[in-house]
Design a protein around this ligand. Structure first.
Ligand SMILES: [Zn+2]
Length: 85
């Protein structure tokens, strides 16, 4: 088994660190279900954000095509979150 952090929402993919290019916000995101967490937040079910909703709130127009080119930065490991505590 890998020790990647698996998305608690869809439980089908790991979560990636990602910087939203339009506002340079560092987030953690699941590209399978588009759940998102701000980088300083712990990944949990109750505090998950929706990527598309977040972009709308920030008045960022989604540009899926260009974003997909640089999505796979690096995955979140289980150990990462314990280090933040
Ligand atoms: Zn997911």
């Amino acid at each position: 088994m890998t020790n990647y952090k698996i998305c608690p929402i869809c439980e089908s993919d790991c979560i990636y660190y990602y910087t939203i290019p339009q506002n340079k916000q560092s987030v953690k995101i699941c590209w399978e279900c588009d759940s998102m967490w701000l980088n300083q937040e712990k990944v949990g079910i109750e505090n998950s954000l929706d990527y598309a909703t977040y972009l709308t709130q920030q008045e960022i127009s989604p540009t899926w095509g260009s974003e997909l080119k640089n999505i796979y930065e690096f995955p979140v490991f289980l150990d990462d979150e314990s280090l933040n505590n």
